[in-house]
Ligand binder design. Structure first.
Ligand SMILES: CCCCCCCCCCCCC/C=C/C(=O)SCCNC(=O)CCNC(=O)[C@H](O)C(C)(C)COP(=O)(O)OP(=O)(O)OC[C@H]1O[C@@H](n2cnc3c(N)ncnc32)[C@H](O)[C@@H]1OP(=O)(O)O
Length: 719
């Protein structure tokens, strides 16, 4: 919808009305077409202003429409009609002008922005390109290099940067619509020819070919298989080399390819999934909209190792006052220096003052007496954490929320050691905690909805993709990682190399394959966990029986490397070799290959040829299968929760939508059939046994992913 008013006697004011972001739905487009026509045909109107209601210009095309049959007037002729108008049209930009919203503004003759507005063409992050003329007008307006940067990254710019780039004509701190109306009156009657961007040539650019080659190479490297960034470069190239009409034709062709691609579907699914996880619910029936978070003004972090330092920075950057506690004086001093450095570097990047005064350091746990929330980040040891929780329960004011940053320990067990288990939740950060986007908020059966709501809200404030999950071994992310890593080990036993496995996974789109990742995070981490589980048996036992532990197939390969002191990058040796400890460039290691040969010989294993498809199917389907178990157990409320966790914390390629979305794209019946196939070949591997939920979904006709929630509820009610 678009509302029309005449203001200041001779300005036609068109207001886009489609809460919450004034997306260009069919009704809005129809409204714009009608109101523009009305303004242009009214002889009393000398100029026109377009704005959006509720302080936001326009969030772009209505993404929900992309999945359906699109009706209503198309955007391109609508914008063209505005640009060809014989009366000046001024865009009054408040809040956001994104995607189709900015393309609409680029069709206007002038753009006035509020100083707090943000502008951008983020279509690339939805698997698309600015195909309402944006890829052709922006380079003509601001030049090819700047347009390439904005269009291929999708980044939003501030009003100040937009002014500097020449995207907007004026920035105001006052009422934007008033400023735009005044401006519109001042330009009434002026020639509009120089203001029609589509009629301009692109500004001259020396060495155009070299520029495009360089950008294309950079984009291909960072795209990890995503096709939209490449199409964006091709579209801008068309703007730089072809007349406008032919450039538009190229823009349309490229968009047609992207629009129907699986990647666009995956990326748009991610957009909505990231918002859906904020609407969390617990098996008890507690939900985001009925649970009020507590205000948190002051927080504390206990334990200032790597995780505690990152968490302190993340909290301080939200503007909270933070008490950072470390009992060892030397550690405290080192932490203070490290945290101050991180805050300073972060502030410099963001162009703000560092929140150094926001952090108070203490060796004494008594210092946290008046905080609203504590995040404990001491060493992963249940006895130590229990002791800290008991101290906190004694010291903190009543009602303080006690959160544990654990990746593996039982949140319920910790809660049960405190007098108020309802105040306890897990906050599982990922290293480095001030950088990584993901936060798993782990609730136990006794965690109160208010505690979950508070942790979720705090996560959002810290800019994290926060996902509420139930308590189980490994929560969601690490629980699914276990079968993925185990399959990779089994593949080595059967004849693969770390290079082959990693190459298959990196070609799929992971930034690092499982072995390069393991070298980065340290092989000793998993070794310690397996030792704790009683799985590690020193010695040189051979044969099949040595590889069956606790009744299931087990590969001791990781343990054997650790026994050799090969912990990965930090020791300069792991699944690969490095120039020196701490170096990051992985090189193939002949020692490792002969070690694998000797290991296979010792265990009577005959190496066979393994291809990329088998690597992907075994590693990914094992991980996905665990995801179905997690859904069946109610640990994750829906597939979106799992997918957001994997995309934001585990390097799953966003253009593949997350593991559960990927399973949906591949086809549930196919995933089931391949799991059954591998299970028959490896009956001693329980994680290849298809989950009963997967079987039941296939039996009920493989509903599309957005219907899984309904299907799971129905299947559970039939049990
Ligand atoms: C056969 C082949 C044919 C091929 C040809 C096809 C022809 C098609 C041609 C069309 C050409 C189109 C070219 C243009 C494309 C686009 O414009 S794509 C959209 C680009 N815009 C964006 O990516 C912006 C997305 N939104 C945001 O970044 C943020 O929402 C915001 C605007 C910055 C506001 O942020 P915030 O205040 O934090 O609110 P949110 O929680 O993010 O959002 C609130 C709710 O609004 C929903 N929403 C937001 N944007 C859109 C949108 N563009 N469309 C639909 N819905 C949107 C969002 O989902 C939230 O709702 P809930 O999910 O219900 O919470």
């Amino acid at each position: 919808m678009a509302e029309y008013n005449r203001v200041s006697e001779c300005v036609g004011l068109i207001t886009l009305r489609n809460p919450p972001v004034n997306a260009l739905s069919a009704a809005v487009r129809q409204g714009i077409v009608d109101t523009v026509q009305r303004a242009l045909s009214d002889p009393n109107v000398k100029s026109v202003v377009i704005c959006g209601q509720n302080g936001i210009f326009c969030g772009g095309a209505d993404i929900k429409e992309f999945g359906s049959n699109m009706t209503g007037p198309p955007l391109i002729p609508m914008i063209h009609a505005i640009e060809s108008a014989n009366k000046p049209v001024v865009a009054a930009i408040e809040g956001s002008a994104l995607g189709g919203g900015l393309e609409l503004a680029l069709g206007c003759h002038y753009r006035i922005a509020h100083s707090k507005a943000r502008l951008g063409l983020p279509e690339v992050s939805l698997g698309l390109l600015p195909a309402a003329g944006g890829s052709q007008r922006l380079p003509r307006l601001i030049g090819v290099p700047a347009a390439l940067n904005l269009i291929t990254t999708g980044r939003h710019v501030t009003a100040a940067e937009a002014l500097q780039l020449g995207i907007v004509d004026q920035v105001t701190d006052h009422n934007t619509v008033d400023a735009a109306v005044k401006f519109a009156l001042s330009v009434a009657g002026r020639s509009l020819d120089p203001r029609r961007i589509s009629t301009h040539p692109c500004p001259q650019q020396p060495d155009l070919d070299a520029l495009f080659e360089e950008v294309m190479q950079k984009v291909r490297q960072s795209a990890r298989g995503a096709i939209a960034p490449i199409a964006c470069v091709q579209a801008v190239r068309a703007a730089a080399t072809l007349p406008y009409a032919q450039g538009m034709e190229r823009e349309r062709e490229l968009m047609a390819t992207l629009f129907t691609s699986g990647q666009a579907r995956a990326l748009q699914y991610c957009f909505f999934a990231e918002r859906a996880v904020g609407r969390w619910r617990m098996p008890s029936g507690a939900r985001w909209d009925t649970s009020k978070p507590r205000p948190v003004h002051k927080a504390a972090v206990i334990g200032l190792g790597t995780m505690g330092r990152g968490i302190t920075v993340a909290l301080a950057q939200t503007g909270l006052s933070v008490i950072a506690v470390e009992t060892q004086e030397k550690q405290l001093m080192e932490a203070k220096q490290a945290i101050s450095g991180m805050l300073e570097r972060g502030a410099k990047r963001r162009g703000v003052a560092p929140a150094l005064d926001g952090v108070i350091y203490s060796q004494n746990i008594q210092a946290v007496a008046d905080v609203d929330l504590v995040i404990e980040a001491v060493f992963e040891d249940i006895a130590l954490k229990t002791k800290v929780f008991q101290q906190l329960s004694a010291v903190c004011k009543p009602g303080t929320l006690l959160c544990t940053n654990t990746s593996a320990l039982d949140v319920d067990q910790l809660a049960s050691e405190t007098p108020n288990p309802e105040l306890v939740v897990g906050m599982h950060f990922f290293a480095p905690a001030h950088v990584m986007k993901l936060l798993e908020v782990v609730y136990g059966p006794r965690s109160s909805p208010q505690a979950v709501a508070t942790a979720m809200q705090l996560g959002k404030k810290m800019g994290k993709a926060s996902v509420a999950v139930g308590n189980c071994r490994g929560f969601v992310g690490n629980r699914m990682l276990k079968p993925y890593i185990e399959e990779a080990f089994f593949l080595l036993e059967e004849g693969a190399t770390p290079e082959l496995v990693d190459q298959a996974l990196e070609e799929f789109g992971f930034p690092m394959g499982v072995f390069r990742m393991s070298d980065l995070s340290g092989l000793d981490v998993g070794w310690r966990v397996r030792k704790g589980d009683g799985l590690v048996e020193p010695g040189t036992a051979s044969g099949r029986s040595a590889r069956i532990r606790q009744g299931r197939r087990y590969s001791p390969l990781g343990d054997l490397l650790c026994e050799e002191g090969r912990f990965g990058q930090k020791t300069g040796r792991g699944w690969y070799q490095y120039d020196k400890p701490g170096s990051r460039v992985a090189r193939s290691d002949p020692w490792l290959h002969s070690f694998l040969g000797a290991y296979r010989a010792q265990h009577g294993l005959v190496a066979r040829r393994i291809d990329h498809q088998e690597v992907l199917e075994r590693c990914l389907y094992a991980l996905i299968n665990e995801g179905f178990h997690i859904l069946d157990d109610g640990i994750a409320a829906g597939p979106e929760d799992i997918d957001v966790i994997y995309v934001s914390g585990y390097g799953w390629p966003r253009h593949r939508g997350g593991p559960m979305f990927y399973a949906n794209m591949v086809g549930l019946a196919k995933v089931l059939e391949r799991l059954e196939h591998y299970q028959q070949l490896h009956p001693e591997v329980p994680h290849l046994q298809p989950s009963s939920l997967l079987r039941r979904l296939v039996a009920s006709g493989s509903p599309p992913i957005h219907k899984w929630g309904e299907a799971i509820k129905k299947l559970h009610s039939q049990l």
